[in-house]
Write a protein that binds this ligand. Sequence first.
Ligand code: SF4
Length: 222
Amino acid sequence: MPRSFVKEARRRVGPKRARIREIIDRLAAAHPDATIALKSHSPLELLVAVMLSAQTTDVNVNRVTEKLFAKYRKPEDYLAVMPEELERDIFATGFYRQKAKSLRGTMAMLLTDFDGQVPRGLDDLVRLPGVARKTANVVAAELGEPQGIVVDTHVRRLSQRLGLTKQEDPVKIERDLMKIVPHEDWGPFPHLLIWHGRRVCDARRPACERCVINDLCPSSRV
Ligand code: SF4
């Protein structure tokens, strides 16, 4: 889109701080089921599911964890088997060697440094082997203590289209979003963008004509 049109579109929808509340409320009404798709029943299962979800689909992870969580119930269980056995048990999630190594390293640290419990703080979570900021953010948010905003491919694309950031780098996008999204919405906000991205604002063919926030979006095609 030529720069003059972008400027004009931004002027039409108004400043992002004035739009964000309405964007969140309308997306929440349109996607009341927008929650994490990974299945878990405890903080430990949540952490494992999020770690396994790198480079694969949530459906695939859920298929694997259904059996995995019946067999591995506490951190010690992941260390009690040979590495090859754990690799076989998570094989279908891809990158199984690296993921098994991260899981074992994480379980060992949970036992030595955290009394076998999953820590809640972002600074502690990112110390765990194989746990990057995005994983830590997801876990902290799902445990009810969001300390940042998860930025994945959908959140990045929609934030840019909605004119909430001009950045490309996920860490810088997160910083921009944290300045305008109210703190109480940090947890649900990424889920809303993710589900809206999957259902309406497709990467190649956004369905702007049936988008509930098209009058608040500078990239709308209608
Ligand atoms: S108006 Fe179009 S580009 Fe903007 S959020 Fe909706 S679907 Fe995406």
